[in-house]
Design a binder for this molecule. Structure first.
Ligand SMILES: NC(=O)c1ccc[n+]([C@@H]2O[C@H](COP(=O)([O-])OP(=O)(O)OC[C@H]3O[C@@H](n4cnc5c(N)ncnc54)[C@H](O)[C@@H]3O)[C@@H](O)[C@H]2O)c1
Ligand SMILES: [Zn+2]
Ligand SMILES: [Zn+2]
Length: 345
């Protein structure tokens, strides 16, 4: 089968690989119909994720059709259409029993990381019963690819951790797919202000279209002053960090109001400063988190009922044979205006 293989920092190839087979009774083999590329795949290719070994097939998002199941799988059978969570959960370990599936003792974020992932014709999904979701009859499968990772991540790590409330003020630093997913799902709670911050005017314009009340281009270095002006000098109740660099985490600390929350979502590769000399008296909460994807069933209903239009995050389409070109398009988002690219296997 064709598969996109990580061959060490800066190196990837579309290769011919053997089709995966059942290794454990709880495994399922899924024939991928649609997958996509995540900012985290680019982090891996930059060498930011040393736990991903060269030779691994990338990808942790997608939908497909069950091809085979191990003897222990009870909820799925060959032919079923399924959504794959980016988080694999055994459902039994101490972390899973707490609902913290991202820290499953033998699962968590393993697809396209420590085991072969979804950017291929077939993928082996361990713990199929607790890591796959049935796709409802007639659902738009392309939209559902946004539920494998980005919508639950923006919602759980940004909106829920950030305790967005009716009438509250929110700033989202980073208007990429994750920041935009936070923007879409923050609106469940009717905040009065949602300010999107980015360096890319195209992505800010998308933010405006998706419901931002204001946008700030932080390229000129006075984003803090602009946010203070927009909030009557108070700052925001929730500052969501959706980039993953020191400058944007600092900006969140500068714009959070007294009593507010900084909800970090970005993957950080280097040390970041915590300005307690300013924050110590401000009653500020800082949250961190890897997505658990417990919200997939709820978010699926909001997509099905059209409360959220997940498809508007999709900008480009490719065939699996064109995945090198898809990576090129996705990694040059400032020029190509790419958000999420769909790859059809
Ligand atoms: N916590 C989790 O579980 C989890 C899950 C998935 C992704 N992530 C992380 O979330 C982050 C966002 O993901 P994405 O796919 O949207 O990434 P992305 O790279 O597409 O988007 C990041 C955005 O930040 C903007 N940006 C860069 N530097 C900036 C600056 N100095 N000021 C303002 N904006 C700036 C870019 O223009 C871009 O629009 C990444 O770090 C990703 O690895 C975390
Ligand atoms: Zn991801
Ligand atoms: Zn577990």
């Amino acid at each position: 089968m064709q598969a996109l293989v990580y061959n060490g920092p800066g190196q990837k190839n579309l290769e011919d690989r053997p089709k995966p087979s059942i290794q454990m009774p709880s495994d399922a083999i899924i024939r991928i119909t649609k997958t996509t590329i995540c900012g985290t795949d680019l982090h891996i290719l930059k060498g930011d994720v040393p736990t991903c070994q060269p030779g691994t097939i990338l990808g942790h998002e997608g939908v497909g059709v069950v091809d085979a199941v191990g003897p222990g799988v009870v909820s799925f059978k060959p032919g079923d259409r399924v959504l794959i969570s980016c988080i694999t959960a055994c459902g039994r370990c101490a972390s899973c029993r707490k609902g913290m599936y991202s820290h499953c003792a033998t699962g968590g974020w393993i697809l396209g990381h420590s085991i072969d992932g979804t950017q291929a014709e077939f993928v082996r999904v361990p713990y199929a019963d607790t890591s796959l979701y049935p796709i409802p009859e007639g659902a738009d499968e392309e939209a559902l690819v946004m539920l494998s990772d980005i919508l639950p991540t923006g919602f759980e790590c940004g909106v829920l951790n950030g305790k967005v409330e009716p009438g509250s003020s929110v700033a989202i630093v980073g208007s990429g797919p994750i920041g935009l997913a936070a923007l879409l799902t923050a609106q469940f709670y009717a905040p009065s202000e949602i300010i999107m911050i980015d360096l890319d005017d195209n992505r800010l314009a998308v933010g405006k279209r998706f419901g931002a009340t204001a946008t700030v281009n932080s390229a000129d270095g006075n984003a803090t002053q602009q946010v203070m002006k927009l909030t009557g000098g108070r700052g925001v109740d929730t500052a969501i960090e959706a980039v993953g660099i020191p400058a944007t985490f600092k900006l969140c600390q500068d714009i959070v109001a007294a009593g507010g929350i900084v909800a970090n979502v970005g993957v950080h590769g280097v040390k970041v400063d915590l300005h307690l000399e300013k924050l110590w008296s401000h009653n500020v909460t800082i949250t961190t988190g890897l997505v658990d994807t417990f919200s997939i069933p709820m978010l699926l209903k909001t997509v099905q009922s059209k409360r959220i239009d997940a498809k508007q995050l999709i900008t480009h389409h490719f065939k699996l044979g064109e995945i090198m070109q898809a990576y090129d398009t996705f990694s040059k988002a400032a020029d190509t205006k790419a958000l999420k690219v769909i790859i059809e296997a």
